[in-house]
Design a protein around this ligand. Sequence first.
Ligand SMILES: Nc1ncnc2c1ncn2[C@@H]1O[C@H](COP(=O)(O)OP(=O)(O)OP(=O)(O)O)[C@@H](O)[C@H]1O
Ligand SMILES: [Mg+2]
Length: 431
Amino acid sequence: MQVSTTEWLIHDYREDDLAAVVHLIDTTAGLGQESVFSLAECITALTSRQPAVVAVSRGVPIGAALAHLAGDRAWVMRIAIAPAWRGRGLASALLRELERRLVERRVRRIAYVLPEEEQLGEGLQNAGYSRRPAVAYFEKTEPQHGPSAGLLEELGGRVLPGDLWQKVAGMEAEKALIERRVVLPLAEPERAARHGVRPPRAVALFGPPGTGKTTFARAVASRLGWPFVELLPSRLADEGNLAAALRTAFARIAELERVLVFVDEVEEIAPVRGEGAPGGMHGVTNELLKLIPGFREGEERLLVCATNSIRSLDPAFLRHGRFDYLIPIGTPDAAARRAIWSRYTAGRAGVDLAALVDASGLFTPADIEHAARIAAQAAFERDLGEPAEGQRATVGAGTEDYLAAIAQCRPTVTPAMTAEFTADIGSHARV
Ligand SMILES: Nc1ncnc2c1ncn2[C@@H]1O[C@H](COP(=O)(O)OP(=O)(O)OP(=O)(O)O)[C@@H](O)[C@H]1O
Ligand SMILES: [Mg+2]
């Protein structure tokens, strides 16, 4: 698997990277990037297929991070960064990728031993001692591995990459709200408790399709470092009795140390009871109503429900005491569209972002992503064709491609839906 930014690409170490990685380790050792592990030990780790990742820019290796495993602990052996690439966030990007590999291999503790600044103890030296360089020992405990890893797998859950929160482009107002109300009290429960703040246990996100509700739920799990378990009603229903399947799923979830549980399209399982509700759903809504209090008793857990249609949810389901916050996620404003467009245009020079922002009013992030894909495809197909006389094919989509793609896409959210959403904010939002 590869992770790319506009600047570099990070891939798993491959045999043919060996020479370049050794060179990186060797040439950076004098630059404050030495470690307690020798070059020989690093080579042994690399050749014995210990976890390692390599960053490449324009085909040239510019950084590497390697580790070795010892039981459920891993030792980071070295992070080597080419001098020209220092101070640009590459080391943390490499460490993050390396950590993901380690977590996948069921590592519970990650240790990184660095040489401390040399401090010669004169007295000791006079007495004939030679001082071994002191070490600074950093250790990180990874959530949710060990015995509950199997359980997590069984629930279809997983630990998400660590950078999803940063990847949510724009949406600053929603991000700030969710950060303050949801993420920080959960991340810093003691500090919150000092002010009498009780961390939320259940929140609902509502808004039109494609505005980023699922994206936010995943980003919160990523930010907290908690495993993400999505409960899919369709899959639970396959087990026969949906209410019973929900009960079993929540019982299993209770065994996890920490978890974010996500239920998408929750209106399908907790619709308004009474007429109009699909047959059999009554019991399911009741079951969910009974399960939430138990779920709320645990610590380090959060239930996130998402819906396009908050007005069709059973009011009892949404009341205080069950859901701490009902947070609207709407279509992005101009600033947010700009941030999202610049994500999808990869910061290419010459793209007139202002024009794209203007032309894509009412577009959701999903619409923008779709239009960007159409434009990229158009640029690709042009590249495949013969360039017209005297014309060089340009690389990547340009403003015209994007505007054409926007013109082709109809926004998912209609003015009527916006009006309905605004009314729902008035009647339902609780932030
Ligand atoms: N802030 C954002 N920046 C960049 N891309 C985004 C952003 N928000 C959402 N996207 C992208 O838009 C698409 C739709 O987002 P998402 O699935 O989270 O929407 P949703 O509100 O859950 O939609 P639905 O109601 O249909 O379930 C995804 O591909 C996601 O990657
Ligand atoms: Mg969704």
